[in-house]
Design a protein around this ligand. Structure first.
Ligand code: ATP
Length: 373
């Protein structure tokens, strides 16, 4: 059972006034076979978390359990994990076969024949059977990463830990490897924790995603839960591409009031907002529809970015700028008034002080294919 439990995990670097809290009281539980993506901006503590699980970094506080066993103070080799790094970390003077066999030779009781059999089986799965005699310098980046993944797979660990494993690959290969890796993980059913700063990777690969910021867990949930029902403004802005639009408004006489528009709210939404006057309105670019000038929100078109089957329209609403996703070929009057309309069920509203979501989208996600754009 490859379950993983992180309990109140904290990591401080340095001490006293100079201390950096890289990971702050992080608690996460993974089920056996789950694919969890740790995602967040640079410096949010993703790699430090992974390195603590691997045993490459000590913990300041908290516990780590793998397969129900406490491993917090165990050596990396005694944790039944295999790690894959961004820079492949292959031994340069060993062939692909030797790289893949090395861990098994050092840390298992398998015979030479058993190791050979396992390496060749995995090389078949990874489609690198004819590269086993090559050294890393003879392999492309994509091939090196296949060898690095193969090396992790032959170990047959309880848990894979992957730190931005696809970041060094070009965009096309990254997309292909993303799909392959996901299919492979489903076949192997090995619990996987995957670190990335790329929200698209997180949205498309994870069974669940854990969004971190400044060492703290912001939200953990399925990609669509985090997308439709972000816990706070940070998650709302981080998940989704292009980002959610945010506009400051006030709540007056049952309506959201902005210098350029008023938006009447239903009784049920007003109930959820009771006690709040200052609000941040969040609208996803794909939830905005262009109407005529009499739309709920008056805006003027600024720039259109064509992206194939859809375009991003940047429009201004007074001093605010919003992005609208429109289908390719949509007629957009240049520098003229546009009417924008957004169904109330798709509005997000946040507390400007705490960032907490007060109202989220009640509707199923629209244009889900655009998430991966
Ligand atoms: P990136 O994607 O840029 O690698 P990350 O989310 O993985 O970012 P970490 O590498 O975990 O972030 O770093 C979290 C914080 O801890 C950062 O502020 C970083 O500067 C700090 N940090 C990481 N390792 C050390 C270290 N060995 N000594 C001191 N500070 C460190």
């Amino acid at each position: 059972m490859g379950t993983v439990e992180l309990q109140n995990l904290t990591k401080e670097f340095g001490s006293g006034d100079d201390a950096i809290v890289a990971v702050d009281d992080l608690s996460i539980q993974l089920e056996d076979g789950e694919f969890l993506v740790l995602v967040g901006p640079s410096g949010c503590g993703k790699s430090t978390t992974l390195r603590m699980i691997a045993g490459l970094e000590t913990t300041t506080e908290g516990d780590i359990r793998i397969e129900d066993g406490l491993v917090t103070n165990r050596e990396p080799r005694d944790r039944d994990i295999a790690m894959v790094f961004q820079n492949y970390a292959l031994y340069p003077h060993m062939t692909a076969r030797e790289n893949m066999s090395f861990g098994l030779k050092m840390n298992s009781d398998l015979s030479e024949e058993e190791i050979t059999e396992r390496v060749e089986d995995v090389a078949g799965i990874m489609d690198i059977g004819d590269l086993l005699s090559d050294e890393p310098s003879e392999l492309s980046g994509g091939q090196q990463q296949r060898v690095a993944l193969g090396r992790a797979i032959v170990r047959d660990p309880a848990v894979f830990l992957m730190d931005e494993p696809l970041s060094n690959l070009d965009a096309k290969l990254r997309t292909t490897m993303r799909t392959e890796l996901q299919a492979l993980q489903e076949d192997l059913e090995t619990t996987t924790i995957y670190v990335t700063h790329d929200q698209t990777e997180a949205m498309t690969m994870g069974d669940r995603i854990a969004v971190l910021n400044e060492g703290e867990l912001q939200q953990i949930g399925t990609p669509l839960e985090c997308y439709n029902r972000p816990a706070n403004r940070f998650v709302a802005g981080f998940i989704g591409s292009p980002s959610m639009n945010f506009v400051d408004v006030t709540l007056e006489d049952g309506a959201l009031v902005h210098p350029e528009f008023e938006y009447d709210l239903s009784e049920s939404t007003l109930e959820t907002l009771a006690g709040h006057t200052e609000l941040v309105l969040g609208i996803r670019p794909e939830d905005i529809e262009l109407t005529d000038e009499s739309g709920e929100i008056e805006a003027s078109a600024q720039v259109v970015e064509p992206l194939g089957d859809f375009s991003h329209l940047h429009a201004s609403i007074g001093d605010d700028t919003v992005t609208v996703t429109v289908e390719a070929g949509t007629a957009i009057p240049n520098d003229e008034s546009l009417g924008l309309s957004v169904p109330e069920e798709r509005l997000h509203l946040f507390d400007p002080e705490t960032g907490t979501a007060l109202k989220n989208s009640d509707a199923p996600v629209k244009n889900a294919h655009l998430l991966a754009a």
